[in-house]
Design a protein around this ligand. Structure first.
Ligand SMILES: NC(=O)c1ccc[n+]([C@@H]2O[C@H](COP(=O)([O-])OP(=O)(O)OC[C@H]3O[C@@H](n4cnc5c(N)ncnc54)[C@H](OP(=O)(O)O)[C@@H]3O)[C@@H](O)[C@H]2O)c1
Length: 262
């Protein structure tokens, strides 16, 4: 297919490169800054544009991968006739694209993407949706070439998948960052955390996360928790998080135990 990318960030870069490997051609890459647009356009052999009105009609598919808050503004400046256009967002309804075209859909990949890091696409679940059946089939064929898991999911359910992903990925990653900062303050290395992080992630492939939980909060070791809170006295935000998460872990464990006993 001849594809134009609206957006040149983390996802646009990795999705663009993966589609290029499958033989698709890129016509234009739009981004608000020349730096982003040109960097990705160079990789994909496409024309870089930085103004919405310079996005040309005529491509087979337009993929919008922008900061969600900027989507409506950028779209209002793009005119591509009734071309097929998709966005890649978890929490944005499909019909946000109706300002540009009546032929629209969604390709939402459930993975974390960064510009400089290649990911294995075959195992990524893709959630797709389209306003027209023929377009759904086009999107399905395109994505099935990249991934073994393609699911048709409406905008209403997709936003819950995104919400769950924020807990499973973004929040967990934020906690890694705090863990790293705590160690760095003591001139200790984060590297030794990696086997633990890997095992926690592996364990939930075969055990329910609530069953896999260990540590002072699930055991309700109050003395240890008190001592750890005291270590966080110079970091009130981390102490707040520590208390909130420990209460949540303890409550989840006692609720589960109560429901098993009933
Ligand atoms: N990254 C992921 O892991 C991931 C996973 C699944 C879905 N998604 C979805 O993919 C979409 C893009 O995410 P991303 O992580 O690739 O974002 P990103 O790396 O931050 O890239 C955002 C793009 O939006 C542009 N942009 C940012 N602020 C803007 C503004 N105020 N006005 C106009 N353009 C603006 C950026 O332009 P400049 O670079 O030129 O500033 C860039 O082209 C989002 O809908 C997201 O939900 C992302």
């Amino acid at each position: 297919m001849n594809i134009t990318l609206i957006g040149a960030g983390n996802l646009a870069t990795q999705l663009g490169l993966a589609l290029q490997e499958k033989g698709h051609r890129f016509v234009q890459v739009f981004s608000r800054t020349a730096e982003s647009a040109e960097a990705l356009a160079f990789l994909l052999g496409a024309e870089a544009v930085t103004r919405p009105e310079l996005v040309r009609p005529g491509a087979d598919l337009y993929i919008c991968a922008l900061k969600d808050d900027a989507l409506s503004d950028v779209l209002s400046g793009i005119q591509v006739g009734n071309a097929l256009m998709v966005h890649t967002a978890g929490s944005v309804p499909m019909d946000v694209l109706s300002v540009c075209t009546s032929d629209y859909g969604v390709i939402y990949p459930l993975q974390t993407f960064s510009k400089g890091r290649k990911v294995e696409f075959r195992s990524i679940p893709f959630y797709i949706e389209a306003a027209r059946l023929e377009s759904l089939q086009v999107i399905q064929a395109l994505v099935a070439d990249l991934s073994d898991t393609v699911r048709v999911v409406d905008s209403e359910h997709r936003k819950y998948i995104h919400l769950a992903a924020v807990f499973a990925s973004n929040f967990v990653n934020y906690l890694y960052a705090i863990s790293g900062d705590i160690l760095q303050e003591q001139q200790l290395s984060f590297d030794d955390m990696l086997p633990l992080i890997d095992e926690v992630a592996r364990k939930v492939h075969t055990m329910m996360p609530s069953k896999a939980q260990t540590g002072p909060a699930v055991r309700y070791d109050q003395q240890v928790m008190g001592k750890q809170l005291a270590l966080l006295q110079n970091h009130p935000e981390w102490a707040q998080l520590y208390e909130l998460l420990s209460k949540g872990i303890h409550k989840q464990a006692t609720d589960k135990a109560a429901s098993t006993n009933n």
